[in-house]
Design a protein around this ligand. Structure first.
Ligand SMILES: CC(C)(COP(=O)(O)OP(=O)(O)OC[C@H]1O[C@@H](n2cnc3c(N)ncnc32)[C@H](O)[C@@H]1OP(=O)(O)O)[C@@H](O)C(=O)NCCC(=O)NCCS
Length: 148
């Protein structure tokens, strides 16, 4: 009877672990970004940061910056002031033909304490979610390079 040969475990069919499609940006909002009374920063500024996170996600997935097609939800939950430090996170939740659905969160992690001194600031033990959003970006088919 012919002996069966054992298949090696290093078969090319072993599924690759799926990488989490996440990106994070940490920035200090400068005082020069304040647009409204009381040093308040415009909500559109935070959406610009979401755009930067979205761009990184698309570069990681497709090797291309892609384009933002639509937001389906944006919620401004707490004010952002000049001098705040923000942590902006994004994640791809669904991959279509050319569309990539994403969710975003911006959290305040440090805030100034001008009542103590112009240079005083504190670390927030519990970061404050300031903006949440979800939307869809598009990478045209001919620009997708299937990097991951
Ligand atoms: C983004 C852009 C290239 C898409 O053009 P397009 O390919 O003709 O767009 P389509 O309407 O055919 O849709 C492309 C994909 O987006 C999806 N889509 C379209 N409108 C959508 C919406 N409102 N919400 C969610 N998904 C949407 C489609 O279902 C399609 O998905 P699929 O390919 O996975 O099936 C074009 O609209 C554009 O140039 N817009 C301007 C982008 C821009 O300047 N953004 C701001 C700076 S980044």
């Amino acid at each position: 009877m012919p002996q069966k040969t054992k298949k090696s475990n290093t078969s090319t069919q072993t599924p690759k672990p799926v990488k989490a499609l996440k990106a994070t940006l940490r920035i200090r909002v400068s005082n020069s970004e304040a647009h409204y009374g009381g040093n308040l920063v415009s909500g559109s500024k935070i959406m610009e940061y979401f755009g930067d996170v979205a761009t990184e996600l698309l570069i990681r997935l497709d090797g291309d910056e892609g384009l933002f097609r639509a937001y389906d939800n944006v919620e401004f939950l707490a004010p952002v002031f000049g001098g705040d430090y923000l942590e902006i996170e994004g994640e791809i939740t669904e991959i279509g033909n050319t569309s990539r659905k994403m969710v975003f969160t911006a959290k305040k992690v440090i805030e100034p304490e001008p009542s103590i001194a112009p240079s005083a600031a504190r670390i927030l033990k519990d970061p404050i979610v300031v903006v949440k959003a979800s939307g869809t970006c598009v990478t045209p088919k001919h620009l997708q390079r299937k990097l991951s």
